[in-house]
Design a protein around this ligand. Structure first.
Ligand code: FES
Length: 280
């Protein structure tokens, strides 16, 4: 069992938990994820790692209650435990393999949408710990849904935007990126976009136009998380890839977002799931 040491509500619909999982904490790197199970009969839920402390043996997860299992998860308190907490899964972010001196020469911008701020945080924090301060644009629907503002401010140059203009400025993350590049003279060598698929698609359309190589973190439906079930199948540069083992990060300019979003929709119904199984 994996004990919950801290359970907090970050905003009206986003929850944070510190979980005691020493083996996972010891091995995880930015960009990776875990699969958790609330109880013996619960479904497997893939969650990005928001933070980790290898000395304390804790992993921080952030999630939104959207289905039955995540709603059940949101009711857990400190002292409760998860039946399963498997990870770290997936490939770490490309940064961790790069030569630090080369990386220091790069101008990096992150674009995070909603709860996508959670997986962006360990990346900007890791860069900051290695002497690199990236720019990060965080977009939320409203002020209430903004998460990790104070934590992010400590480790990057933060630009906030809200869809409804309830905080800082009104507009999408793409509006801020366009403004920084076209009006404020910023130049970037790489962009990392993490958030809802539709948001990542539009960031990629813009960065193609601005000629900025872009990495996205794909979040399709996952079942086993080990490359066996095919649920997280994507087409990247015309080839089949599995987000759980080949990703979750991919070259955003090569991902077929329309197909990925269509598959997400199909997975919402019994009939659609059966159809996808037949095609695989
Ligand atoms: Fe099953 Fe990726 S989740 S193949």
């Amino acid at each position: 069992m994996y004990k919950i040491l801290r359970a907090e509500k970050l905003s009206s619909n986003v929850f944070l938990m510190d979980v005691e999982a020493p083996r996972v904490a010891k091995h995880c790197l930015p960009g990776q994820f875990v699969i958790v199970k609330v109880d013996e009969v619960g479904e497997r839920i893939p969650l990005t790692i928001c933070d980790y402390d290898s000395e304390k043996g804790t992993v921080t997860i952030v999630f939104q209650p959207i289905g039955a299992s995540t709603t059940k998860m949101s009711e857990l308190k400190a002292g409760d435990a998860f039946e399963d907490f498997v990870g770290p899964l997936g490939q770490p972010s490309e940064f961790v393999h790069e030569d630090i001196e080369e990386l220091k020469k790069k101008r990096i911008v992150f674009v995070a949408g909603g709860v996508g701020t959670a997986p962006v945080y360990p990346q900007v924090k890791w860069l900051h710990e290695h002497g690199i301060t990236a720019d990060a644009i965080v977009g939320a629907k409203t002020k209430d849904l903004l998460i990790l503002e104070d934590e992010m401010k400590k480790v990057c140059n933060l630009y906030i935007t809200t869809d409804d203009g309830s905080y800082v400025r009104k507009g999408m993350g793409t509006d801020v990126l366009r403004d920084l590049v076209q009006n404020q003279g910023k130049q970037y060598d790489v962009c990392v976009a993490i958030g809802p698929m539709i948001m990542m698609k539009f960031v990629c359309l813009l960065t193609k136009e601005l000629n900025i190589p872009t990495v996205v973190s794909m979040n399709p439906i996952m079942v086993d998380g080990t490359g066996m079930c095919g649920a997280c199948r994507l087409i990247v540069d015309g080839e089949v890839k599995f987000a759980c083992v080949d990703g979750p990060e991919f070259d955003g300019h090569k991902v077929d977002f329309d197909l990925a979003m269509k598959r997400m929709q199909m997975y919402k119904t019994e009939e659609g799931r059966a159809l996808l199984k037949l095609k695989e």
